[in-house]
Design a protein around this ligand. Structure first.
Ligand code: DAT
Ligand code: MG
Length: 132
């Protein structure tokens, strides 16, 4: 069984969406392995989004992700990385289909409420960093 890393971002946490998001993953058939509330440090956030360092929105992104607590989770299931990203929906909520988490709960790419790992390798790295 594959594992992936998912986190409800500060906007989703502040809006009280953790429970509904957890329910969606459970309904889809994933198994919750672990979950915890975390306040990211700037260093951790810059590392987590290191692949976006050259983007104009990088500073804004880091400020946003450390602006409040996140809810970090490990989910297990068949093709967990790919299937979790399908459940989450497109990066830009304006393009995310209805029925996906971003499609149903978000409007703006800068506050798209949830993160999911984009590869098995990154999932392992992110799990290590958040659940060491
Ligand atoms: P994803 O979160 O779907 O894996 P990503 O890894 O490319 O997308 O980007 C990470 C986050 O950065 C994304 O969830 C929201 C933010 N982001 C991406 N593109 C953006 C943009 N054009 N303007 C503002 N924020 C952006
Ligand atoms: Mg990504």
């Amino acid at each position: 069984m594959e594992r992936t890393f998912v986190m409800v971002k500060p906007d989703g946490y502040a809006r009280g969406l953790v429970g509904r998001i957890v329910t969606r993953f459970e309904e889809k058939g994933f198994t919750l392995v672990d979950g915890r509330v975390v306040q990211l440090t700037r260093e951790h956030a810059e590392h987590h989004y290191g692949h976006l360092r050259s983007k104009v929105f990088f500073d804004e992104l880091v400020d946003f992700i450390i602006s409040g607590p996140v809810f970090a989770m490990i989910w297990e299931g068949k093709d967990a990385v790919k299937n979790a990203r399908a459940l989450i929906g497109a990066t830009n909520p304006s393009e995310a289909l209805a029925g996906t988490i971003r499609g149903d709960f978000a409007l703006d790419v800068a506050s798209n409420i949830i993160h999911g790992s984009d590869s098995v390798e990154n999932a392992e790295q992110e799990i290590k960093l958040f659940f060491q």
